[in-house]
Ligand binder design. Sequence first.
Ligand code: C2O
Ligand code: CU
Ligand code: CU
Length: 465
Amino acid sequence: MPLSRRRFIASSLLLPFSTLLPRISLASPEVGFDYVLTAQPATLDISPEGSTAGFGFDGQFPAPVLRAKQGQKIRIKFINLLKEPTTIHWHGLRIPIEMDGVPFLSQPPIKSGEFYIYEFTPPDAGTFWYHPHVNSIEQLGKGLVGAFIVEESDNELKKLAFDQDIPLLLKNWHLDDQGHWLPFSTPRQSARMGTPGRIETINGLRAPQLKVQAGSLVRLRFLNVDNTVMYRIVMPKGLDAKVIAIDGNAVNVPFSLHEPWAMGPGMRLDIAFIAPSKEGQVIDIKNRQGKLNFNFFTLITEGKAAQKTKIIPTLPASVIPVPDIKNAQKINFTFEWQGAITPADKLLQGKHDFWVINKRAWEGMSRDNIPAPLVKLELGKSYIFNLRNVTQYHHPIHLHGHTWTVLKSNKRDIHPQGYHTDTVLLGKNETVQVAFVADNPGRWMYHCHVIEHMNTGLMGFIEVS
Ligand code: C2O
Ligand code: CU
Ligand code: CU
C-alpha cells in the first residue's frame, strides 16, 4: 500500500540496493496524493529467536522512506489503523502549525479508523523524520518512526552527483531474544538517563553488512529515532568521510570526524564519502560507548568502480532566517531535576514528574485544557535562548517549527560555528545558547527528545504570535 508518484521514484537513488532499504512500492497512487500511509499493527522481525507484535507505518519496519522536494508541495493521506488515537509529527520541518501533528495544539487526535491529510511545502532540503506525537513511549517504541527526506532540486541533485543515498534508522528495541517486549520505561531509569532497549538495529537489522558500489560517492543519513539512547558515531580512520549536514542542515564546509559524533534521540547526521575502488573492501562503522568503540555495522564494496573521479560536494546552504543577535531578546530556560523518588510501589502507577523546565513540569493537555505556554514570543522578532541543563544527564532539547543557530556553550567549542539544528544536545551541567527568528506563528512544542523525560515533565510549548 505505500505509494509514491513517479517523480519520487525517478529521483530515488536507492534502486540497486533496495533489498537493504525501506521499500517503495510501485503501486499506483490514490489520485491527488504523493503518499498514502497507514499506521497499523505489524509483525516485527527484530529479535534473533522470535517475531513480535508491534506497530508499523504501512505495517512494516523500516517504515517507507518518504521523499519530498524542497519548495514543492507534498500531500500525504494518513490513515490510522491502530486501535488508539495517533498523529504524525514531521520532526525538523518548518511548516505551518496545522500540519505539525501535535494533538490539541495543532490538530485533533486522529481516532482509530479515521484519516488526516497532511499537506505542506518543505522549505529546507535535508534529513528529517516522522513519528506520532501521541502515546509516544509505546507508539515510537513499537516501531512508528520513519525517515522523511527533502531532496534538493533536480538541478542541485545532479550537481551533487551522489551515487547512493542511504538512510540509516538507528533504533534500540525493548525486546528480549525471543521477541517479547520488555518494559519501555521504569521510574528508576526515567528519573535518570532513560530506559534503554536491549537489541540494537540499523534499519531493523542487527549489525548488518550493507553493500555499497565500489568507487561510488555515498551519502549516509544517520537518524537517531530511538526513544532513549545516544549514539556516538565513529568513522574509520583510513576513510575520507566528511560531515555534510547536521540535523537536516547543510554545513558550510564539510569536515572530517576526528572525535565520535554524539547524537541524542531525534538528531541526524549526513556523512559523505567515496567508497574504496576495489571490490570486497570492508568499512567498519563503530559506536563509542564509554571509552570503547563497539562494532555497529559494516559497509562492503561490490562491483567495479566507475572511471570518473568523484569529489565530496558541499550541499547548498540552508535558508534559515538569520537572527539579529545584537537586538535579540534573551530568555533563560533551566532544565532541572525535581525532588526525590517516592517509594517504588507508588511509582508504578500514575504519572511522575521528575523533570521541570523553569520549575514547571508538563501537566499534559486535552481538548478543553491546554496549559499556558512557557513563554510568548513576538512574531518576526529574534530571540536568544539560554538553555541551562543543571542535571547530571544529557538532554536533547527540541523545538518544533523553527531551526536554531547554535552560538556557544560553557563546556565546549561549538563546531562548526553557528551550525543550525532543531535538536540541541545539552551535556551534564552544560549551558548552550541558541538564536532564532520567531517567524512561524503557532503554539510549538518544546521538549527533551528522551521520550521518558518528556513524559515525566520535560516538555512545554512556546507561543509565537
Ligand atoms: Cu520529534 Cu515533538 O518531536
Ligand atoms: Cu519535532
Ligand atoms: Cu532529557
